[in-house]
Write a protein that binds this ligand. Structure first.
Ligand SMILES: [Zn+2]
Length: 441
């Protein structure tokens, strides 16, 4: 009788919700499952495996004590590492147990059970399967195939009823470790997961997972800001300075969104403002949360994570800017800056004061209509939208912005090309050329 049913291998890069998918499998199990009370391997009362339970049931029949397992208790997970042993996974012979019970060493009474037998009648998930040593994989294979395994030379029979699921990073099992062929052959299905394919999918996941619903009396996250946060992850995945093997986890936009809201919340508290409305400055405040989530290639490491992430943000802002402002003529705003105008949008200033400052920029507020901004809009909404417009113009090099968040006119000299060799920079240059061509439309 085949003992381990349902073998599935999930392949994924970092942050594709593997734990979520694996744990969700428990939803397919019965809510309650009876087992022989006190059994270490949770024996089925109708089909007991261990000698203890067989003896007990023979002796007590229908009065054998029964206990119940919840779905949650039937899920066991193990992260594979090279130091995982057969003893961890399958079990070991316990000579002390043998001596006390006067049993032979090969008797199952002397067995100290590992994780797999303890997952009997449940789901056993092994994460990062290729990291498991080859001989352990062979032991797993034997259990799947024959229901038996040798421990220290003694054959031990374990006809377990376990659904095995594995996870592996596809990059890993071609490059680093590997899955031994007989085991791979015994795996039923191989499911390849992927990152969100569209911004919309990403937005839905982030909105569902990010801790933004904090019971704040008034909070509003502009749609364009949500899109920019999501686009940062998409642009990072495309950036060749970011390590493709590690991938860019969906946790990146989720935690970025949380940091963005936190910074907006802090600003509102400092100035005694009731409406918490995140804006692009808050995205820059979330920078330390993003740099830690990216593995960089050599070229990126040389530039520094901060520089790379800022460029990725700039690309993301530029792309979302195009979505809303593709047909907006920003010449009048550029002119204001070319005549020496300068403005700063920063956290230390109350929103109303920032709004007054922005009011001096002729033509700025009228250009915000693609974002649904009207004269009657709230000050926080107008300031956030203005900052997005100005940041987008910076992304397309129509304006410049200092590290201190002061917007000024764009200097005419182009930076030397060899310093910005990425595809993102090429995209920006293409955008600049395009905007120059169509500047007066
Ligand atoms: Zn038992």
């Amino acid at each position: 009788m085949p003992c381990c049913r349902g073998r599935i291998l999930f392949c994924w890069a970092c942050g594709q919700a593997k734990s979520r998918i694996l744990r969700a499998l428990t939803a397919l199990l019965d809510e309650q499952t009876p087992y022989v009370a006190g059994c270490e391997i949770r024996d089925n009362p109708y089909h007991p495996l261990c000698k203890r339970c067989r003896n007990l049931i023979a002796e007590r029949g229908d009065t054998t004590p029964i206990a119940y397992l919840s779905r949650h208790e039937r899920y066991v997970e193990k992260l594979a590492t090279p130091d995982v042993t057969i003893a961890d996974l399958v079990g070991d012979l316990d000579p002390i147990k043998a001596a006390r019970g006067g049993e032979d060493l090969s008797s199952e009474f002397t067995m100290h059970y590992g994780l797999l037998p303890r997952a009997n009648r449940g789901i056993f998930a092994i994460n990062e399967l290729p990291d498991l040593a080859g001989k352990i994989q062979v032991a797993l294979f034997n259990i799947m195939q024959e229901g038996d395994v040798q421990i220290k030379g003694y054959p031990v029979r374990l006809e377990l009823d376990v659904a095995l699921v594995f996870s592996a990073n596809p990059e890993d099992y071609t490059a680093r470790g590997k899955i031994v062929t007989p085991l791979k052959d015994r795996i039923g299905s191989e499911i390849r997961t992927h990152y969100a394919e569209t911004i919309e999918e990403g937005l839905t996941i982030t909105a569902q997972e990010a801790w933004t619903d904090r019971g704040l009396p008034e909070m509003e996250i502009p749609q364009y800001l949500r899109e920019i946060v999501e686009q940062v992850a998409f642009s990072a995945r495309e950036d060749k300075r970011v390590d493709k093997r590690s991938g860019v986890s969906q946790r990146l936009p989720i935690s970025t969104m949380e940091l963005v809201v936190s910074n907006a919340e802090r600003r509102a508290l400092v100035h005694g403002e009731s409406l918490v409305l995140p804006r692009i400055g808050d995205l820059y405040a979330a920078l330390p949360g993003i740099t830690g989530k990216l593995e960089l290639e050599y070229e990126g490491e040389m530039k520094g994570a901060d520089v790379v992430v800022k460029e990725v943000m700039r690309t993301a802002i530029g792309k979302i800017f195009d979505k809303y402002f593709a047909s907006t003529n920003t010449q009048q705003i550029e002119q204001w800056f070319n005549l020496g105008g300068t403005t700063k949008i920063e956290d230390s200033q109350p929103t109303k004061l920032t709004l007054e400052e922005l009011r001096q920029i002729q033509g700025l507020f009228e250009k915000l209509s693609p974002l649904g901004i009207k004269a009657s809009s709230k000050p926080e909404e107008i300031v956030a939208a203005s900052e997005f417009l100005l940041e987008g113009m910076c992304a397309h090099r129509r304006l410049s912005r200092s590290e201190e968040r002061a917007f000024v006119a764009q200097k005419k000299a182009q930076p030397p090309r060899q310093e910005r060799p990425s595809s993102e920079s090429e995209y920006e240059e293409w955008q600049t050329r395009r905007s120059r061509r169509g500047g007066f439309n």
